[in-house]
Design a protein around this ligand. Structure first.
Ligand code: UTP
Ligand code: MG
Length: 169
């Protein structure tokens, strides 16, 4: 997969259901760019899945968003971000600090997401994967909400570099 250039000092929201590849994608960028609710839930409770820690995880995330955006440092939000009110919060923070906000949309077919989710250590219950997949917005919706650019993972997978690699197999 090719990795898009992200705007300097801006916010990038990854938008995709559990198992769609968000953290795998985020690992291509510097580690310090990434904010991730799962990580903060684990730090608070020893369990990434413990939803009782979501409020404290969100507070930690907000502190880091402000710390980085106020310094014009890139930030990559590695959470599902499928709920419009969650994206609205991210957009509001970017707007407050006058930073650009872009999205990477994990428009991955449900069958692929289910297979990837089933084939890893932390398997998310299937009904949650399906609910989140159904909630996935399309690119037009993300533009309307205020994201200045929307990168589709389906297109990043089909870039010339990926095609070149495929041709050499
Ligand atoms: P991730 O763990 O990156 O998914 O990939 P995610 O979106 O961040 O999931 P949540 O929201 O934290 O639950 C899930 C699995 O899919 C594989 C990864 O190796 C991992 O095992 N994967 C990801 C692929 O096989 N191919 C890809 O292109 C991306
Ligand atoms: Mg993840």
């Amino acid at each position: 997969m090719d990795v898009p250039d992200l705007p300097d000092g801006g916010l990038c929201a990854l938008v995709g259901p559990p198992g769609s590849g968000k953290s795998t994608f985020a690992a291509r960028y510097p580690d310090s760019w990434r904010v991730c609710l799962d990580v903060y839930r684990r730090l608070a409770t020893d369990s990434e899945a413990d939803q009782s820690a979501t409020p404290v995880a969100a507070e930690i995330q907000d502190l880091l968003l402000d710390a980085r955006l106020s310094r014009a440092l890139n930030v990559l939000v590695d959470s599902t971000n499928v709920f419009p009110h969650v994206r609205a919060g991210l957009l509001a923070r970017a707007r407050y600090w006058q930073r650009p906000a872009v999205a990477v949309l994990f428009d991955v077919p449900l069958s692929t997401v289910e297979a990837q989710n089933a084939d890893r250590d932390r398997v998310v219950p299937l009904h949650i994967v399906r609910e989140h997949h159904q909630l996935l917005p399309d690119a037009d919706q993300l533009h309307r909400e205020g994201f200045t650019a929307v990168h589709l993972v389906s297109e990043l997978l089909a870039t010339p570099a990926a095609l070149r690699r495929a041709a050499h197999r």
